[in-house]
Design a protein around this ligand. Structure first.
Ligand SMILES: Cc1cc2nc3c(=O)[nH]c(=O)nc-3n(C[C@H](O)[C@H](O)[C@H](O)COP(=O)(O)OP(=O)(O)OC[C@H]3O[C@@H](n4cnc5c(N)ncnc54)[C@H](O)[C@@H]3O)c2cc1C
Length: 372
């Protein structure tokens, strides 16, 4: 039986382990922490189709969305739900952007339609604040990020061909091997390194030469909200952020609030299965990143969420920051060969949770040809 060594137990590495096992490899899965601690457990859990660029990116996201649903049938405990989303317009300028997106040729494939305020409240009765219109995306979905990597690994652990090695920091990757800090060398017919944003942690690859950057985001979570928020929510500031909204009417949007412009913000809101609200986000592109999380962006995000939900929010329970690795090319992610049968896979950026199953499926299929 061929052996695959997978490094990294975030969502990307865990899905690589899953698809490698399915494709007939014995899998050794190496992680420096005891369990996932990176971007995969710090995100919203949005499986976000609505914002993807028309063409290859949208098709890839739809493939990934289908895989999430398929794997969720196989692996209980993800909290996968096809809850859809509403992107909410607060004024006519934002509504015109949504209208152009809803009438573009890809609207059916994307699963989007334009709703007036009353139709939006029928879809999501928790949206009781001021809105002019909303874009409903039936294809958007959500999972529980704090559960996904462990749930996936728990399912893999029941398979005879899978072995998880936590607490092992890989310090070198070479031709068909990965060596960890204890001195153990993990030989594989295929080596797939999925380090997330920890790109400088091992020898055998020069991340400085790769077209990647790191991005830091601030997030918060409230205590349980008193009502069901039936869809994921985004505000009009997300129109500037996602490539799907690159339509002529975008040029007519008024300038964003100063804090939104400065911290590259948008409101995204996802209710967790226990009722809490995950709210974000900001984007910092310049390193070194701040040590602290700042209050001003949080005040803005909480104000926006209250304006859309039309009611005060429960107290904030916790705040955190996360960092992802992003490809700065037009590619959907970065996959680089670093040895005869060794590859580094990272750089999916702010869509890594959405795309992880499709990335892993594609990488395992395409790198199989290099198997030693
Ligand atoms: C705040 C935030 C919100 C986001 N929201 C969303 C969202 O809603 N939807 C979406 O699609 N995407 C979202 N993203 C992006 C998404 O979370 C990431 O793209 C994705 O989680 C990356 O997964 P990963 O497995 O590559 O990285 P990680 O989750 O960082 O996992 C990498 C793992 O590799 C391990 N590792 C690294 N180096 C080594 C080594 N040398 N040896 C052993 N182990 C090693 C690390 O310990 C880590 O466990 C968000 C990101 C952030 C930060």
């Amino acid at each position: 039986m061929p052996r695959a060594v997978v490094v990294g137990a975030g969502v990307v590495g865990s899905f690589h382990a899953y698809f490698a096992l399915r494709r007939g490899y014995e899998v050794v899965h190496v992680e420096r922490e005891l369990t996932a601690r990176g971007a995969s457990v710090r995100n919203f859990g949005l499986v976000w189709v609505s914002g993807r660029r028309v063409g290859e990116e949208l098709e890839f996201a739809l493939r990934s969305r289908a895989l999430w649903e398929e794997v969720a049938d196989d692996v209980p405990g993800f909290g996968f739900r096809a809850n859809g989303s509403l992107t909410v317009a607060r004024d006519d300028a934002e509504a015109r952007v949504l209208e152009e997106v809803a009438t573009r040729g890809d609207a059916g494939e994307r699963g989007v339609s334009l709703l007036d305020a009353s139709e939006a409240r029928d879809v999501n009765p928790a949206v009781r604040g001021d809105l002019v219109a909303a874009l409903h995306c039936a294809n958007d979905a959500a999972v529980e990020p704090r559960l996904v990597p462990d749930a996936l690994r728990a399912a893999l652990t029941r398979e005879p061909g899978y072995r998880f090695l936590p607490g092992r920091h890989v310090v070198e990757v070479g031709d068909a091997f990965a060596a960890d800090h204890t001195g153990e060398r993990h030989e594989g017919d295929l080596v797939l390194v999925c380090p997330g944003a920890a790109t400088s942690g091992f020898a055998g690859w020069r991340p400085a030469d790769a077209p990647l950057r790191r991005v830091r985001l601030q997030m918060l979570e409230t205590e349980p909200f008193g009502a069901r928020v039936t869809t994921s929510l985004a505000d009009g500031d997300s129109l500037r952020y996602y490539p799907a909204f690159d339509v002529p009417a975008l040029a007519d949007l008024p300038p964003p609030a100063p804090v939104v412009a400065e911290r590259k913000m948008q409101l995204l809101l996802q209710q967790r299965l226990d009722g809490r609200l995950t709210i974000g986000d900001t984007h910092d592109y310049d390193e070194p990143f701040p040590v602290d999380v700042d209050d001003e962006p949080y005040r803005h995000l909480l104000g926006r969420a209250e304006a859309i939900l039309g009611t005060p929010l429960p107290p904030v329970r916790r705040r955190w920051a996360g960092v992802y690795s992003q490809s700065i090319t037009d590619g959907l992610f970065h996959c680089e060969q670093v040895g005869t049968a060794s590859f580094v896979v990272t750089g999916a950026g702010g869509r890594g949770m959405t795309l992880a199953p499709a990335i892993a499926e594609r990488v395992v299929e395409s790198t199989g040809a290099f198997t030693k």
